[in-house]
Write a new protein. Structure first.
Length: 288
């Protein structure tokens, strides 16, 4: 397949690109600078994209996102929202207008589309949230409608915390009581999931690319610390996080989301790294 990746230089994209190449696929990068061989230009902030360069792709994977400012001031939320809706919409509209359209568009969404659920399991059919983060993901997914209306299979990756790179080290301090559920996925696992989605025509709409084994935050911290060979850091009180991060703490850091990958499992996907410690040790052995 000829696959276009937006965000190929990010944490997920940097694992996705070599994995696809190793499986014999051709990878084209969507870049914001002067394009080189195997690259296509876009400037989503200015609403610009090389439409001709998008012709003839078999699949498109949109992983690009801006670094979120903290805390979420009104101005920060406007920037975050404009970036998500703008990039998704620009890519979807342009692909819809191609003469030779891709068969599939995989677009990054997030677990924040679901509200906190306590001990209850969350699947792709579960109710959605109503706060800013949920609204961002809901509207971001809706912005891809021009692509689906043009007959392109669109999949929304409702991605949890990705265990990869420097992000692993952020999980060495317990959050509050530690009883909340944390959903997660290994970085290399996510690359395998994305290829499975590219190749599986029955997968459409929202997909939870999560390990089938979510863990409580206290277990996450103990496991990460053990694998890294360090002592867990001090517990971070909820009140302190709310003071530091404001609305972001209640939307992204403190909720309990016990998410299951129902659609992936039903499609026949078999996890290679379903257990947290195994996934972490693989990640460290490969990338550190």
């Amino acid at each position: 397949m000829k696959i276009l990746i937006a965000g190929a230089g990010g944490m997920i994209g940097s694992a996705m690109r070599p994995y696809l190449v190793s499986k014999g696929h051709e990878v084209i990068r969507l870049v914001r600078r002067e394009p080189d061989t195997g690259e296509v230009f876009w400037d989503p902030d200015a609403g610009k994209i090389d439409a001709t360069g998008l012709e003839g792709m078999d699949g498109v994977v949109h992983l690009a996102t801006m670094r979120w400012p903290m805390p979420w001031t009104d101005e920060a939320k406007k920037l975050i929202y404009a970036n998500r809706i703008g990039t998704n919409g620009l890519l979807a509209r342009t692909l819809a207008s191609c003469n030779i359209k891709p068969r599939v568009l995989i677009c990054s969404s997030g677990q924040g589309i679901y509200p906190t659920s306590g001990d209850q399991f969350i699947t792709e059919d579960s109710p959605l949230g109503t706060d800013f983060l949920a609204g961002l993901q809901i509207d971001g997914e809706a912005a891809t409608k021009p692509a689906s209306a043009a007959g392109i299979r669109v999949v929304h990756l409702r991605t949890p915390a990705v265990m990869g790179g420097q992000a692993i080290q952020r999980n060495t301090s317990q959050i509050g009581s530690g009883n909340q559920w944390n959903s997660w996925v290994g970085r290399d696992e996510l690359a395998r999931i994305i290829l499975h989605i590219l190749e599986t025509d029955t997968l459409i709409g929202p997909v939870n690319p999560v390990s089938p084994n979510p863990v409580r935050n206290s277990e996450l911290v103990v496991t990460v610390s053990r694998v890294l060979g360090c002592e867990p850091g001090p517990t971070l009180p909820e009140a302190q996080l709310r003071l530091m991060l404001g609305e972001m703490a209640d939307a992204l850091i403190l909720p309990s989301r016990r998410i299951l990958p129902d659609k992936l499992l039903a499609s026949g996907y078999q996890f290679r790294y379903p257990e947290l410690e195994v996934a972490l040790r693989h990640e460290i052995g490969v990338y550190v």
